[in-house]
Ligand binder design. Structure first.
Ligand SMILES: Nc1ncnc2c1ncn2[C@@H]1O[C@H](COP(=O)(O)OP(=O)(O)O)[C@@H](O)[C@H]1O
Ligand SMILES: [Mg+2]
Length: 267
């Protein structure tokens, strides 16, 4: 069974979609099989230009049992990564999403399509509505991108508290993968202040050491829905997410080791 990571935040425009795509791609560079799922009806990832074939079919059509997973899970040109779109094309599709999320069908579908992959990264809609709650109910962890602004950071503790409540109610196994600072403008004094505050408020096992700088390369890559690493002249942008992937792997290895130590302690 692979690991399901939902990328969620209380705000829009903080780099959820960018993080899903770029962190997923970076992990796939380690030879891991990665599935990217766009569960945001407004996500717009469906236009991804590195797909082997085009389709507007996705979660919606799978939920309606109109198609089989093989028809909606599209390999990308580099084989290690595949993509499953939201399939939202009509306003009523959004209601269907919400309804199936409440029934638990969306969660079951995600669990089943993710089985063949080492990692499934899910781009979630902003906030904690029915869709996000159902995703978190079947996820191993949640990764929370936070834009480098005082308003984003001020509302973060409440968001984390609500996630803990979802954990308690629906999924005891849900872990906090980590908080990721995004849109970090290294020339901005206010961002530096906010970042310091975050570093002082969150322990290092919560806040990733890696952070994502503000870089217009992400904008260019975002238009094509490709990872920054696939663009020319985007080395620094791509490296930031590669660093994050390395940190994710390191954290996993440390957690594994701790588990083993704990086991040994039992004998
Ligand atoms: N680190 C970054 N630097 C510059 N622009 C970014 C960065 N991350 C994301 N963006 C751009 O900001 C906008 C919002 O990012 P997106 O990932 O779509 O956020 P969300 O999914 O949280 O709404 C997009 O146009 C994206 O290309
Ligand atoms: Mg988005």
């Amino acid at each position: 069974m692979g690991k399901i990571i939902t990328v969620a935040s209380h705000k829009g425009g903080v780099g959820k979609t960018t993080t899903t795509l770029n962190a997923g791609y970076s992990l796939s560079r380690f030879g891991q099989k990665v599935l990217i799922i766009d569960s945001d009806p407004q996500g717009g990832m469906t236009i991804a230009s590195n797909l082997k074939r085009r389709t507007d079919k996705g979660l919606v059509q799978l939920l309606k049992n109109e198609i089989k997973p093989e028809q909606a899970v599209i390999p990308t040109k580099d084989k290690q990564m595949a993509f499953l779109g939201s399939g939202v094309t009509e306003p009523e599709d959004v209601f269907l999403f919400d309804r199936e999320a409440r029934k638990g069908t969306l969660g079951k579908l995600i669990t089943s399509v993710s089985e063949k992959f080492d990692y499934t990264f899910i781009d979630a809609p902003a906030g904690l509505g029915a869709i996000v709650t159902s995703l978190l109910s079947v996820s191993n962890s949640v990764l929370v991108p936070v834009g480098c602004s005082s308003i984003a950071v001020r509302t973060l503790p409440l968001f984390l508290k609500l996630i803990r409540k979802i954990r308690a109610k629906f999924n005891n196994n849900l872990m906090l993968e980590g908080v990721l600072m995004t849109l970090v403008d290294e020339n901005s004094a206010s961002c530096a202040e906010v970042f310091d505050e975050v570093r002082n408020s969150f322990p290092s096992n919560v806040l990733f050491d890696s952070y994502i700088p503000y870089d217009e390369a992400f904008e260019r890559a975002g238009i094509k829905s490709v990872p920054a690493a696939m663009l020319k002249g985007a080395t620094e942008a791509a490296q930031a997410y590669m660093d994050l992937a390395i940190e994710l792997k390191n954290r996993e290895m440390q957690a594994d080791r701790k588990e083993k130590d704990d086991d040994e302690g039992l004998f």
